[in-house]
Design a protein around this ligand. Structure first.
Ligand SMILES: O=C(O)CC1=CCC(=O)O1
Length: 266
C-alpha cells in the first residue's frame, strides 16, 4: 500500500488504514520517540474485525514537525483533525504512553466521538516537571542518542533486551531518528500535560493495561489512573516493559479483543 498522508492543522500527518471500512473504527496512538510501526503485529491480528487507523503524531515518523513546541491539546486536535479527514465520527482509541494522554484529551474535547479507551502504559499525568526538564536539557546538549540506552531500559524488559538484541538495536534506531524538535516538543507537552481532573469525567468503557517491568509508567502509576476513571478496568501484563505492543502483541490483542466484545464495542 502506498504511504498515506492527511493535511491536518497546518502540517501533514502520515497514517495507515487497514481492515473493513465499515467495521468498528479503532485508532492507535503511539508513544514518545516511536512511529506507527510499533502496532504492526497488533494491527495484523485485529484487522479482520476493525477499521484500523495508525498514525505518526507530529514531529514523529513521517509526519510533519509543524510548529513546536507542542501541548497535549495540539496533539489531540491533530488526531481529531485526522478523524475528520477520514470521516470517522466515532472511534475506539488505544493510546500508548503519551498516546494514552492524547486519547484522554480527545475524550475530554469531543466525548461523543469516543466509544471506548484502551490506555496502555500511560497515566493522567506522566513524570514530573523537573525530570522532563532534565531530559530536555540533556537532549538539547547531546542529542537523543546520548540517552538511547537509558531509554531502552525504560521501554523494554531486561528479558527482551537480552534475548532480542537486534530488535532492541532497531527500536533504539527508531528512537534516535526522531527529530529533536518533535521529540523535545512532545517532552514539553508531557511536562505540562495534566489530565487528572479530566480523568474523573471519562464516561466511556476504559481498559488500563501495564507491563510489570515498565520503568517509564510503572504499574502503580497506571493503576492510580485506572482508579481515577469511573469503572475503568486494570490489567497487568507480567514480565513486559513499557511497550506491550512490541513485547507481547498476542496478549495485547487478546485483551483488546476481550474488552471490546465484553463492552459491546464490536
Ligand atoms: O521515553 C520514555 O521514558 C517513555 C515514555 C514516556 C512518555 C512516552 O510516551 O514514552
Amino acid at each position: 500500500m502506498s504511504l498515506q498522508v492527511a493535511p491536518v492543522n497546518g502540517t501533514h500527518i502520515h497514517y495507515s488504514q487497514s481492515g473493513p471500512k465499515n467495521g468498528p473504527a479503532l485508532v492507535f496512538a503511539n508513544s514518545l520517540g516511536t512511529d506507527l510501526r510499533i502496532w504492526d503485529d497488533v494491527v495484523d491480528a485485529l484487522s479482520s474485525t476493525f477499521n484500523i487507523v495508525t498514525y505518526d503524531k507530529r514531529g514523529h515518523g513521517l509526519s510533519g514537525i509543524g510548529d513546536a513546541p507542542y501541548d497535549v491539546a495540539l496533539h489531540a486536535n491533530d488526531l481529531i483533525g485526522l478523524l475528520d479527514y477520514l470521516g470517522l465520527d466515532q472511534v475506539i482509541i488505544c493510546g500508548l504512553s503519551v498516546g494514552g494522554l492524547i486519547a484522554q484529551k480527545v475524550t475530554e474535547l469531543v466525548p461523543n466521538r469516543v466509544r471506548g479507551l484502551i490506555l496502555c502504559d500511560t497515566a493522567a499525568k506522566l513524570g514530573d516537571y523537573d525530570s522532563w526538564n532534565t531530559r530536555i536539557e540533556a537532549i538539547k546538549a547531546d542529542g537523543i542518542a546520548s540517552m538511547g540506552d537509558a531509554i531502552m531500559e525504560r521501554w523494554l524488559s531486561p528479558t527482551f533486551r537480552k534475548e532480542r538484541v537486534l530488535e532492541t538495536a532497531m527500536y533504539r534506531d527508531m528512537l534516535v531518528r526522531t527529530t529533536v524538535e518533535g521529540y523535545i516538543g512532545t517532552c514539553i507537552a508531557l511536562r505540562d500535560g495534566d489530565l487528572r481532573d479530566a480523568a474523573a469525567k471519562i464516561a466511556v468503557p476504559t481498559l488500563c493495561i501495564c507491563g510489570s517491568e515498565d520503568l517509564a509508567t510503572p504499574p502503580d502509576v497506571v493503576r492510580a489512573t485506572a482508579d481515577m476513571i469511573p469503572n475503568a478496568e486494570f490489567e497487568l501484563i507480567d514480565g513486559v516493559g513499557h511497550l506491550p505492543c512490541i513485547e507481547t502483541p498476542e496478549l495485547l490483542t487478546r485483551l483488546i479483543d476481550r474488552f471490546t466484545k465484553e463492552k459491546n464495542l464490536v
